[in-house]
Write a protein that binds this ligand. Structure first.
Ligand code: PEP
Ligand code: MN
Length: 341
């Protein structure tokens, strides 16, 4: 499991150096600290900028830790490249702008720096994949994706996790490690652990967790940064996920059963569709429309009764059958509307 920890922002030499010394003990892979801070509104603390580069290099050299920071334009990327940062991350607000991503990618062209690409703020998987592809187009081979949540609907967290999106990214790109940033999803230390636990038990490859030597003094994101002790206990509490090689035999056998059942569902759906096409030919002869509301009513009543007897959720079965029925009507209309000449 890959661990990226450190404060939201670099604030002073003492703050970053003390935090780095403490997190090194926990066994982190990368020390993170934002030097240039993208704030939603102006006039807040906007980072220490280039001044912090020297602090980070000292941490890299004296503590032998890999260092990373956020880059949001080619100048920042160039500065990190010149100063041998091990990794840079592309923030959520940058990922959603293909012009800027392209400029940063061409600046990093061919380098072996690790590029961590956070998801864009809006839940658009294509923008996230597109940003990754732009770096690949510029021969960047060390890419990591970071799930940091999406600004969509209000919930108890600061951002919506929408787990399906990072999982879909993982499905499409097995070759790219995906980390979760529970700090920015949570927005508050109270929720960091539950999000990190979900991520690890779902198969994420690691975590980026904001950690500060004294969170209450932090100039940015103070509510969500963990103390080093909180980080330690979180890491110790994470579930031990069984690795693929020693997968449980019972789990494998149950998964085989699921595969067989899925195959029967597909066969049954295909048979249902063939019968439906035969019905379409008869409807066509009698000038009947594909959609017959009385018949649909009967199908639904019957299926919901079956669902109840078999202890299935009525709403789930209703939604499923609406999709099946719609597809059936679509297929029938193809036959009914086909001209005979
Ligand atoms: C951060 O990691 O400090 C940060 C600003 O992240 P994001 O782009 O996910 O908001
Ligand atoms: Mn932050």
């Amino acid at each position: 499991m890959l661990l990226v920890c450190g404060p939201c922002s670099a604030e002073s030499f003492e703050q970053v150096y003390q935090t780095a010394t403490a997190v090194k003990d926990v066994g982190v892979d990368y020390f993170r600290a934002g030097l240039w801070k993208p704030r939603t509104r102006p006039n807040g603390f906007e980072g220490v900028g280039e001044r912090g580069v020297y602090w980070m290099k000292q941490i890299q050299q004296e503590l032998n830790l890999k260092i990373c920071t956020e880059v949001a334009n080619p100048y920042m990327a160039e500065t990190c490249l010149k100063n041998n940062f091990n990794a840079v991350w592309i923030g959520a607000r940058t990922t959603q702008n293909p012009f800027v991503v392209e400029d940063i990618a061409s600046c990093l062209d061919g380098s072996d720096v690790v590029v961590m690409v956070k998801n864009p703020l809006n839940p658009d998987i294509k923008l996230w994949l597109g940003a990754i592809e732009r770096f690949e187009k510029h021969s960047i081979t060390n890419i990591i994706a970071i799930h940091r949540g999406f600004s969509l609907t209000y919930n108890k967290y600061r951002q919506s996790p929408l787990w399906r999106i990072p999982l879909e990214l993982k499905r499409r790109r097995h070759d790219i490690p995906v980390l979760c940033d529970p700090s920015h999803i949570a927005g508050h230390t109270d929720y960091v652990k539950e999000i990190a636990t979900t991520a690890i038990s779902t198969g994420f490859d690691g975590l980026m967790i904001e950690t500060h030597i004294k969170p209450s003094d932090a100039l940015t994101d103070s509510m969500q940064q963990l103390t080093v002790n909180q980080l330690k206990s979180l890491i110790q509490s994470l579930p031990q996920v069984i690795s693929e090689s020693k997968e449980d035999a019972r789990l494998n056998s149950l998964r085989n059963q699921i595969d067989d059942i899925d195959n029967s569902i597909i066969t049954a759906l295909s048979e249902r569709m063939s019968v439906s096409r035969e019905i379409a030919k008869i409807k066509k002869q009698h000038n009947l429309a594909a959609f017959q509301s009385n018949r649909w009513e009967k199908v639904l009543t019957n299926i919901l009764k079956e669902a109840a007897v078999n202890h299935l959720d009525i709403n789930f079965v209703k939604e499923l059958y609406e999709i099946i029925h719609q597809e059936s009507i679509k297929e029938q209309n193809l036959i009914i509307n086909k001209s005979n000449i």
